[in-house]
Design a protein around this ligand. Structure first.
Ligand SMILES: NC(=O)c1ccc[n+]([C@@H]2O[C@H](COP(=O)([O-])OP(=O)(O)OC[C@H]3O[C@@H](n4cnc5c(N)ncnc54)[C@H](O)[C@@H]3O)[C@@H](O)[C@H]2O)c1
Length: 264
């Protein structure tokens, strides 16, 4: 098993992509700490993991709060004793035309997506540095690589995660810690269903080269690759797992734009 005897923290592990990553890591031998703001969902994931024979701790915290993150990481360390892997997956997304974005919505998306990634990386990095080993995987988005429409705050935060990934990779390399990001394309989850209209959900898979949604298991598989001890020479990079959406580039954006104009 790839993560035999290791401990991994997965933020936003209560549902969707984070839950799939937590379950996959547990199946590969890791004990799991989940940090999620949704207590019921976090505890349910922990309950599902324990029958695999792994330990699982659900720490309830908002990753946008530095104090809550510190408390959650030390709760997990207290229970599980060490830390090898961190996956910064917790995220929020709100679709709003640019001129209507409120300062509160802007700030919240920056706080959770970007600052949350920094707070967790710093808290985990301090622990990993003591043992000179760590794997940090940040979940960005194709929205951080191309100009998304009606997603300025989310796109800025996700692009920020890519910059933070590069910077942290340099600063933490001397401590044996790698830092990489995954930029998923459209993955069918509750987040996706909550943000996109039914029509957009029908159209969206057509925009990449591979005309379907990605699955949470495909992101979990990539996270496991970057989290594995064998990936020690990969750091500071962002891996798109998007069915060719970034390869489609301007073509994809043009399709959105046409749909938006047609809806007016
Ligand atoms: N679904 C997609 O198409 C897609 C595409 C690209 C990137 N992503 C990114 O992948 C990640 C997971 O997305 P998902 O689709 O599984 O979302 P989701 O909404 O299904 O799950 C997100 C989880 O994060 C938790 N969470 C939200 N805010 C939090 C906070 N402040 N503190 C702690 N936990 C919090 C939620 O409770 C939930 O359990 C996000 O970062 C998202 O931006 C998703």
């Amino acid at each position: 098993m790839v993560l035999e005897g290791q401990v991994a923290i997965v933020t936003g592990g209560g549902r969707g992509i984070g839950k799939a990553i937590a379950s996959r890591f547990a199946a590969e031998g890791a004990d799991i700490g989940i940090i999620d703001v949704n207590a019921e969902a976090a505890r349910a994931t922990a309950e599902e993991i324990r029958p695999l024979g792994r330990r699982a701790v659900a720490a309830i915290a908002d990753v946008g709060s530095v104090g809550a993150v510190k408390a959650a990481v030390s709760e997990i360390l207290g229970e599980l004793g060490r830390l090898d892997v961190l996956v910064n997956n917790a995220g929020v997304e709100k679709r709003t035309p640019f001129l209507e974005i409120t300062p509160e919505d802007w700030q919240r998306q920056l706080d959770v997506n970007l600052s949350g990634t920094f707070y967790c990386t710093q808290a985990a990095g301090r622990e990993m540095a003591k043992r000179k080993y760590g794997r940090i995987v940040n979940i960005s988005s194709v929205a951080g690589l191309i100009g998304p429409i009606d997603l300025a705050a989310y796109g800025a935060a996700k692009a920020g995660i890519i910059g933070l990934t590069r910077a942290a990779a340099l600063d933490l390399a001397d401590y044996g810690i790698t830092v990489n990001a995954i930029a998923p394309g459209p993955i069918e989850t509750d987040l996706m269903r909550g943000v996109w209209t039914a029509e957009a959900l029908r159209e969206r898979p057509q925009h990449g080269a591979i005309a379907r949604f990605g699955t949470v298991d495909e992101i979990a598989h990539t996270a496991l690759f970057l989290a594995s001890p064998q990936s020690g020479f990969i750091t500071g990079t962002t891996l798109s797992v998007d069915g060719g959406a970034v390869a489609a580039g301007a073509y994809m954006v043009e399709k959105y734009r046409r749909r938006k104009l047609a809806a007016k």
